[in-house]
Write a protein that binds this ligand. Structure first.
Ligand code: ADP
Length: 426
């Protein structure tokens, strides 16, 4: 195993794993720190934590536990993945976790680079831009948990770190890997241990990755990862792989479970129903009245499943969600729906479903937990940021876990069609 990654949230972990697979590394994503060794041949592991907004001390403890496990798997280099909008507070958790990992690894310098130009996240002179706006003028300014009110990442990271934070400005990055390395040496000599690195395009990401080839720890968004496989290939450690995204062929029935109420998911549910495919609505108020909505939905779906995929959806318009929330409370409504959808996913497994698309970040978390999934092999991309995955174990199932706003309007149909195509070619 070459690369060991720690991600501070679940969909962020998938995003990173997806980039690694696309660059030719066989990658596994684990849900938390595994308790048993992993099976199968892989080049990289991404341990998905939920540590973005918990107390800094707890985030440090969980990240160190993940590092410890990754070290025992023999990884040569380590990667701390956070959001491309640098989601954090003055207390952390990016600075504290980065410093703790550096200390545990004996690393003398580490970069901090959330840039992901493909998704319009660029850094210039230490300032992070979201599209055309500085971070502090983007929607992130009003984030409920991690409002980002300063676009200057050197300042933001310094506020949450004990170590000195320096900058590798864009003209140095544009001059290439050797210039970046020279700048690292100068920063270290100056007492800096964390280096915010500018990047405005993919060539920058590749130059940064090349400059970090011998860094024990890289802290970044998912962008810098696209250049790492090339480092390992250059060192003769990684062959060119055309099959990094290979998944087992799992015959069986298919279904879609949707608990996301985002705009994109509403459009995807509407598209599914417009094409006349079977869809069963999950009503939060009926669950709250004590009806066994999951059992009823499964019963209704049973005769339909053998002839094609069925959609189960709690997805609703913002007005509808607000009405439900005002009756049940936000947290209670969310929890009731998540429990029902997770029970449906479990029930589908016993009815021969082996291919499941799940819409919604929290919903995916609930489903994965209910199915007892410990690790996912990352397969081919469906839409940017969303790959097919296969659960590890004796009886794998194929899962596509889509966070709310991802995916084209025909995402549900497209993802299932893609599986039929790949199965046909193997
Ligand atoms: P996203 O990725 O779009 O944020 P999530 O699954 O993370 O989706 O979050 C959606 C939340 O909304 C979940 O907690 C889900 O249970 C809840 N939910 C889904 N449908 C409804 C509904 N009709 N009314 C109220 N809450 C709902």
């Amino acid at each position: 195993m070459l690369l060991g990654c720690i991600a501070d949230d679940f969909t962020g972990a998938t995003d990173l794993a997806n980039n690694l697979v696309r660059s030719g590394m066989r990658t596994l994503q684990t849900i938390g720190v595994p308790t048993a060794p992993l099976a199968g041949k892989i080049d990289a592991v991404v341990v998905a934590l939920k540590s973005r907004t918990i107390a800094a001390s707890e985030a440090v403890a969980q990240s160190l536990a993940a590092l410890d496990w990754l070290k025992r798997q023999g990884c040569r280099q380590f990667y701390f993945k956070y959001c491309s909008t640098f989601d954090s507070t003055p207390q952390g958790n990016i600075g504290p976790v980065a410093e703790a990992l550096m200390q545990a690894l004996g690393a003398t310098i580490a970069i901090a680079c959330p840039a992901f130009p493909t998704n319009a996240r660029t850094i210039y002179m230490g300032n992070l831009f979201v599209g055309e706006l500085p971070l502090s003028e983007s929607g992130m300014r009003d984030h409920p948990l991690t409002p980002m009110t300063d676009a200057n990442l050197v300042r933001v990271l310094q506020a949450q770190s004990r170590a000195r934070v320096g900058l590798v400005p864009w003209p140095v990055v544009a001059a290439g890997a050797a210039a970046i390395r020279a700048r690292f040496a100068a920063l270290e000599a100056d007492g800096a241990r964390l280096a915010v690195v500018d990047a405005i395009n993919d060539a920058d990401l590749h130059a940064i990755a090349a400059a970090c080839a011998d860094h024990l720890l890289i802290t970044a968004g998912s962008g810098v990862a696209v250049g790492l496989p090339e480092n390992f290939r250059r060192a003769g450690l990684l062959p060119l792989r055309a099959d990094a995204d290979e998944l087992p062929d799992v015959p069986g029935l298919a279904a879609v479970v949707s608990g996301s109420c985002s705009q994109a998911t509403n459009a995807q549910v509407a598209h599914w129903m417009e094409s006349g495919r079977p869809a069963i609505r999950i009503d939060p108020l009926a669950i709250a009245r004590g009806e066994d909505v999951a059992a009823a939905a499964l019963q209704q779906a049973s005769p339909l499943l053998p002839s094609g995929p069925v959609l189960f959806y709690a997805t609703a318009t913002p007005e509808n969600v607000k009405a439900v929330q005002s009756t049940l409370g936000v947290a209670e409504a969310g929890a009731l729906v998540e429990r029902a959808l997770a029970a449906i996913a479990q029930g589908l497994m016993t009815r021969g479903v082996t291919r499941l698309v799940v819409a919604g970040g929290e919903t995916s978390g609930a489903v994965v937990q209910a199915l007892g999934v410990v690790a996912l092999k990352i397969g081919p991309q469906i839409d940017p940021g969303v790959p097919w995955t296969a659960t590890q174990g004796e009886h794998p199932i194929l899962l596509a876990l889509k966070s709310g706003n991802f995916g084209s309007r025909d995402f549900f149909e497209k993802s299932l069609k893609q599986l039929d195509r790949t199965a046909g070619t193997r």
